[in-house]
Design a binder for this molecule. Structure first.
Ligand SMILES: Cc1ncc(C[n+]2csc(CCOP(=O)(O)OP(=O)(O)O)c2C)c(N)n1
Length: 814
């Protein structure tokens, strides 16, 4: 190409996408950027390449090789399409939608009509991915087109989907289950060349985009299991709605995970199922930029905008997207622009808000009709045949008595179980002394020439002494001993969170940094040649996406102890959607288990409204039917046993741990070596000093230590203090047994440092009243407050003093 022609092409490479013909309805009109006001044959040729049905955005990619890769494809002659196959797929998907529409007119199904090209686009992606080595695909999508994808891509039978419309088995879902367009599914996709790709469609809540990082986490876990450190065998594919992709922060947070060591999946393929509408809202109201996909420009990746009424072009873009992912291990976006034939759901009338657009849409034929016309074939007979097949399937579905499961769990779940808690599930969690001292030695072993920071060295030396029984073991050491011992029992461990390698409170030092080179070294990852993986990563500054990711990881690697740590427990509310919709309800809605651990630093230490509370009350409110475990260990040994219990039992339930901050190095929270070499996690720690109490204080967490110190100060010998170490499942038997040790006790007092409307109080008081009968039961707490804690350090001290004084005052004296 001459230099002058090159300059012309360059302008089109840069700006051509703005002038491309992308919207079949004419809502998104092509622009005429002044840079493209060029005449001549080069301009005409460039216009053909860049301004028809595909608009490629790629000139923002800093790497010249990648830009050139895209340009070469955009500028090459398009290969002939396999129009017969494409037509068959369009008819099948289109008629499937029509049958649903005519048979279930009053039911929501979130039709794909208007972007049915999605089906041949996904076909192409799967065919090409399989050629490039994909064995599995993790697929996440929202409501739009989900049922069609389930049948035409995941391989579910139409009968199965119809049966769900008939709701043939409502009893099996009473009090649980989920709506049909949220359920996950697994199936086999057979490619055009006869190979098979396992598809895992992820279950998701209504909350749009929330499923994105979950799918990535699942893909990473599957890759770790199937392809070691490779990313070839599992391809993640995320489908986004246009309004949701532009608007939801989770989508942006998820994109940011793409190239991070701890999270990468070797590239995710994204499709924006872009119907240029969100429920009733128009694009100018849902995105501040021209394309919803613009959020993806935060990554140096190509975005292919493509007109969904031109399936041949869409298929080309689909093919490039997968090839690009495999060549560069990068994310890539296909922005498939079409329309929505009906209302948001089929019972909605869109003409009340978009009357003009919907008049135009009503005049458009189904895609299979226009495609057949373009390729000069007649499709009517085939359409009638397929309609007949589907009507027969529908009739058959009405005779089905039970919904068949859409999903089959992989065999690595066979060893695990959910359901109700059963004490028979308990296992030994103590570790031999030699084992602990060996791990202590390993924690300080670094490569020759590695210079450890003197402060860290001192701490590590102390750790060695602790594990030899010369000092009590602190929390930070106990945690690493739990991980080390699990690794030596062949349990992989994955821990992530902001600054988790060192630990926010300087307590962990799971990774050491060379003072000369800043090289990082993680002793637990280097214990033996054939050890299970120990991953510890500093996460990006995100809560939502990273919690979603770890939940996803735990879903596909139940053998691994997966932990996410909040910097301060308060920040976990940034991940509330994952806590509410996945962690708490996943088993109830979808029958899917997770052993994810959330480590949430909690405790009132005068650090203000946002560094005090992990919102204990919210977790307890979510607790029902043994859906998760909520614990607050007060000693290092308790923490050790709790973590090991979580990994070693067969019971896979999310575990929420309220972890200490100030108490991390407090002597009262440290434990002697023998508490690690014997015993197990105690759900209630009864009093070990006072044997015949007249009053019993019950509390959880740090305040327990403060109550003990206060009792000592007062020389009180008649007040027993119980530490409630597990809040849920509520240890009723253990608490009753502890109370029975004090027959003379006439008063039981719940003490919490949180305000009355927070903490465990609302959960606990009714239970305590029932169990402690006929003793009087009351509570000591801060007065109710809209924010969890005071902003004044001094104010906190006064409050805490008052609280302790009240706890040691009998009801009468008050
Ligand atoms: C987080 C969240 N907020 C709001 C909603 C309610 N809602 C459901 S669908 C929808 C519009 C989605 O539009 P778009 O992403 O363009 O997808 P489409 O339905 O058009 O395919 C809204 C607002 C939701 N499901 N999730």
């Amino acid at each position: 190409m001459s230099l002058a022609d090159e300059a012309v092409f360059d302008a089109f490479r840069r700006w051509g996408y703005l002038a491309a013909d992308l919207d079949p309805v004419g809502y998104l009109q092509p622009l005429a950027p002044s840079e493209l006001a060029l005449e001549g044959s080069a301009a005409a040729r460039a216009r053909l390449c860049y301004c028809r049905s595909i608009g490629a955005e790629f000139m923002h990619i800093p790497d010249a090789e990648r830009r050139q890769w895209v340009a070469e494809r955009m500028e090459a002659e398009p290969p002939p399409a396999d129009s017969a196959r494409v037509l068959e797929r369009l008819i099948r998907a289109g008629i499937f939608e029509q049958v649903l529409q005519s048979r279930y007119p009053g039911t929501k199904r979130f039709s794909l009509e208007g972007i049915v090209a999605l089906i041949p686009v996904m076909d192409e992606m799967l065919d090409r991915a399989a050629e490039l080595g994909a064995e599995q695909m993790v697929l996440a999508m929202s409501h739009r087109g989900r049922l069609t994808v389930m049948v035409h891509i995941v391989g579910k039978s139409p009968e199965d989907v119809f049966a769900r419309f008939e709701d043939v088995d409502p009893r099996s879902f009473l009090g649980g289950g989920d709506v049909k367009y949220h359920l996950g599914a697994t199936g086999d996709y057979v490619t055009a060349h006869g190979s098979t790709v396992e598809i895992h469609m992820v279950s998701n809540p209504s909350h749009l985009e929330a499923v994105d990082p979950v799918a990535m986490g699942r893909a990473r876990a599957k890759q770790a299991r199937l392809c070691g450190r490779g990313t070839t065998c599992v391809l993640p594919l995320l489908l986004h709605g246009d309004a949701a992709f532009a608007g939801q922060g989770t989508a942006a947070e998820t994109l940011n995970l793409a190239n991070l060591d701890g999270y990468t999946v070797g590239g995710t393929v994204h499709i924006v199922v872009n119907n240029l509408i969100g429920f009733t809202a128009n694009p100018p109201d849902t995105s501040s930029s021209r394309f919803a996909a613009d959020v993806a420009k935060r990554l140096p990746i190509p975005i292919f905008h493509v007109n969904a009424e031109d399936p041949d072009a869409a298929i080309r873009a689909a093919r490039w997207a997968v090839e690009y992912r495999y060549k560069f291990r990068s994310d890539v976006v296909v922005d498939l622009i079409g329309y929505r034939r009906h209302g948001h759901s089929e019972i909605d009338d869109p003409t009340t808000t978009q009357p003009v657009r919907y008049r135009r849409i009503a005049a458009l034929p189904p895609l299979w009709e226009s495609y057949a016309r373009r390729h000069q074939t007649d499709a009517a007979r085939r359409a009638a045949e397929i309609r007949g097949e589907l009507e027969a399937a529908l009739k058959h579905a009405r005779t089905i008595r039970k919904n068949l499961p859409l999903r089959q769990l992989p065999p690595y779940w066979d060893a695990f179980m959910g359901g109700a808690y059963d004490p028979a599930l308990e296992v030994a969690t103590a570790a031999p002394a030699e084992e602990l001292s060996a791990i202590g030695e390993l924690l300080v072993r670094v490569p020759a020439g590695f210079s450890i920071h003197p402060k860290v060295k001192k701490l590590l030396d102390q750790r060695v002494q602790m594990t030899q029984g010369r000092h009590a073991i602190d929390f930070g050491t106990a945690e690493l001993l739990a991980y080390g011992s699990l690794l030596r029992q062949r349990t992989p461990v994955r821990l992530t969170g902001q600054d988790s390698r060192r630990g926010t409170f300087n307590q962990r030092h799971a990774t050491l940094f060379d003072t000369q080179t800043e090289a990082a070294y993680t002793p637990l990852a280097n214990m033996a040649i054939q050890q299970p993986s120990f991953e510890v990563y500093d996460s990006p500054l995100s809560e939502a996406a990273v919690v979603g990711f770890e939940y996803g990881y735990s879903r596909d690697y139940p053998e691994t102890l997966v932990l996410w740590e909040a910097q301060f427990g308060d920040f976990a509310n940034g991940a509330q959607v994952y806590i509410d919709q996945f962690i708490s309800a996943g088993e109830d809605k979808w029958g899917l288990l997770s052993g994810l651990v959330l480590l949430l630093p909690h405790g009132y230490e005068g650090q203000g409204p946002e560094h005090s509370s992990a919102r204990v009350e919210r977790f307890l409110q979510l607790a029902a039917r043994d859906n998760m475990q909520i614990c607050q260990p007060t000693t290092a040994a308790q923490y050790f046993h709790l973590l090991r219990r979580q990994a070693l039992r067969r019971w896979r339930k999310p575990l929420v741990v309220f972890t200490p901050k100030g108490m991390l190095r407090h002597p009262a929270a440290a434990s002697p070596l023998q508490e690690f070499t014997s015993g197990r996690f105690l759900t209630v720690i009864a009093d070990r000093e006072v044997t015949d109490a007249t009053r019993v204080l019950v509390a959880t967490g740090k305040i327990v230590h403060e109550l003990r110190a206060e009792r000592k100060k007062r020389g009180d010998t008649r007040t027993a203090i119980f530490a409630l170490e597990q809040l849920y499942p509520f240890p009723e038997k253990e608490l009753v047994a502890a109370l029975n040790q004090h027959p003379a006790a006439r008063e039981v007092v719940w003490v919490q440092e949180e305000p009355a409307n927070m903490g465990a109080m609302s959960f606990l008081m009714p239970r305590l009243r029932r169990l402690a009968k006929p003793r009087a039961v009351r509570s000591v707490k801060l007065s109710a407050s809209p924010s969890p804690a005071t902003g004044s350090g001094k104010g906190h001290e006064v409050q805490q003093k008052t609280l302790l004084a009240l706890a040691f005052t009998t009801a009468k004296a008050q």
